[in-house]
Each structure stands twice: as structure tokens, then as C-alpha cells.
Design a protein around this ligand. Structure first.
Ligand code: UDP
Length: 250
């Protein structure tokens, strides 16, 4: 992959995975889904897809259920995590519905098979869907408790041979501290995986970082708050932080 604006002709990225947290679908709500937000996200994905980029998605479930916090209140962790994974299926179906309303063909593939609702996760089939111009949404995380959808995103990005993993967050990149709490927090344009780990920057959980690092998949952290943000960042414009393999350091 090369640097450049990508405005003319061929997109810079051929295939990408977009990770959306459940929080990103909350909008102004405290819990659940804001359908206006879901539609906005779908519009962003459609714009990227229309540029000829193969797009797959992993969606979190934190807007509905987070296993670890419920386990802390006394529930069995594995059961709580399965509930969290089911929450990601709900979000995936909502985004699928919004995309299809916009005329984008999609398939949801779940790591926990539920044949009445969606396809099971089958790697080769997912690749084929993307080759045919369908957006694939990977639901139910990794299918295993004690993991997160960040790790699922890194895993699927590796399995799908993606050029990069795009992580949409509430802020426009990786900062040295939480910019909402510390006004002196510095934003990074570029980091290596080693820097993320040694500085203990909370970008994604360490298993996700380790997977991306071992497989040389860059992670691009950006914010979906302004309309057109995904299409922009796919052309390497606007604000974002790129986390790249240690060997790519300039
Ligand atoms: N989860 C899990 N295994 C996975 C992915 C998710 O057990 O591979 C559960 C876990 O309980 C997690 C919840 O699903 O808290 C929702 O996912 P996550 O917290 O990653 O969502 P996000 O923070 O991205 O909204």
C-alpha cells in the first residue's frame, strides 16, 4: 500500500475491515440503538463501498451488553460474554438493515451459528461475498468468551487478508492521554505497534494489537463524527492515527 491522495482512479485500499464499537451506535441515547446513527454509519460504509473498496465490518455490543461489567456484578462471566456476543448480532442486523435500505448488498456471518437469522462464519464464503461486491458483517465477535470485538476485528482482518483495519472511535486518533480529561494530551499521526505496547496506549486490547502486529496489518484510528469521515480517511485525508509495523517506521 502506498501513500497518496487516492483521489484519481484506483483506491489506495482494496479491502478493509471497519471496526465500530457499540457505543458508536448510541447517538445521544444512554442505552441501545439510535436508528439515525445507524443510518449515518450505513451511509459512511456505502460511500466507501461505492469507491470500489471491499468492506467488511465488525460491530461491538457495548451499547447493549458488556460481559465483563455484568460479570463484576455477580453473573457467570462466560454466560455474560455470550450475552455480549448476542448483542453484537443485534447491532449487526441493524446495520445490515440500514445498508440494504440504501441499496447495498450485505451478508451477516455469525461466529455463533444461528441459521434462521444469518449465515455462519465461513472464511472462504466471506471472501467470495466481498469479491461479489457485498459488504460482510461479522457478528458474535470471535465466538468465544473472554475476548472482545477488537480482537475479533483483528482476527477477521487477518483472515480476510485486509489491507488495513479501520477503528472508528469517539476521538480522531490515538492520544497520549484521554483528551476529554487532559487538555495537554497529544495526538499522534503515526505510531508503531511497539510504541503502542511500550507506552501502554489504550488503542485496542493487547491481543488485537498482537494479532495485527504479527500479521503486518496497519490499524487506522479515526472518528466517524463528521459526515464523510470514512471516505476521507480511506483517501488518507483528514485526521487519523496510523499504527504501522515497526519495520515501516520512517
Ligand atoms: N464478547 C465476547 N467474545 C468476543 C467478542 C465479544 O465474549 O469475541 C462479548 C464481551 O462480553 C463483550 C461484549 O461481547 O463485552 C461486547 O463486545 P465489546 O465489549 O467488544 O463491544 P464494544 O466495546 O466494541 O461495543
Amino acid at each position: 500500500m502506498t501513500e497518496g491522495t487516492g483521489t484519481a482512479g484506483k483506491p489506495i485500499y482494496q479491502r478493509v475491515l471497519l471496526k465500530l464499537s457499540g457505543e458508536g451506535l448510541l447517538g445521544d441515547k444512554e442505552f441501545g440503538l439510535d436508528l439515525a446513527m445507524v443510518e449515518r454509519v450505513a451511509g459512511e460504509v456505502k460511500a466507501a463501498h461505492e469507491r470500489g473498496i471491499q468492506v467488511c465490518l465488525v460491530i461491538g455490543g457495548g451499547n447493549i451488553f458488556r460481559g465483563v461489567s455484568t460479570a463484576a456484578k455477580g453473573m457467570d462471566r462466560t454466560s455474560a460474554d455470550y450475552m455480549g456476543m448476542l448483542a453484537t448480532v443485534m447491532n449487526s442486523l441493524a446495520v445490515q438493515n440500514a445498508l440494504e435500505k440504501l441499496g447495498v448488498q450485505t451478508r451477516v456471518q455469525s461466529a455463533i451459528p444461528m441459521s434462521m437469522v444469518c449465515e455462519p462464519y465461513i472464511r472462504r464464503r466471506a471472501v467470495r461475498h466481498m469479491e461479489k461486491g457485498r459488504v460482510v458483517i461479522f457478528a458474535a465477535g470471535t465466538g468465544n468468551p473472554f475476548f472482545t470485538t477488537d480482537t475479533a476485528a483483528a482476527l477477521r482482518a487477518v483472515e480476510m487478508n485486509c489491507d488495513a483495519l479501520f477503528k472508528a472511535t469517539q476521538v480522531d486518533g490515538v492520544y497520549s492521554a484521554d483528551p476529554n480529561k487532559d487538555p495537554s494530551a497529544k495526538r499522534f499521526d503515526r505510531l508503531t505497534f511497539s510504541e503502542v505496547l511500550t507506552r501502554d496506549l489504550r488503542v485496542m486490547d493487547t491481543s488485537a494489537i498482537a494479532l495485527a502486529r504479527e500479521n503486518n496489518i496497519p490499524i487506522v484510528v479515526f472518528s466517524l463524527h463528521s459526515p464523510g469521515a470514512l471516505a476521507q480517511v480511506l483517501e488518507r485525508r483528514g485526521l487519523f492515527t496510523e499504527i504501522c509495523p515497526d519495520s515501516d517506521q520512517e
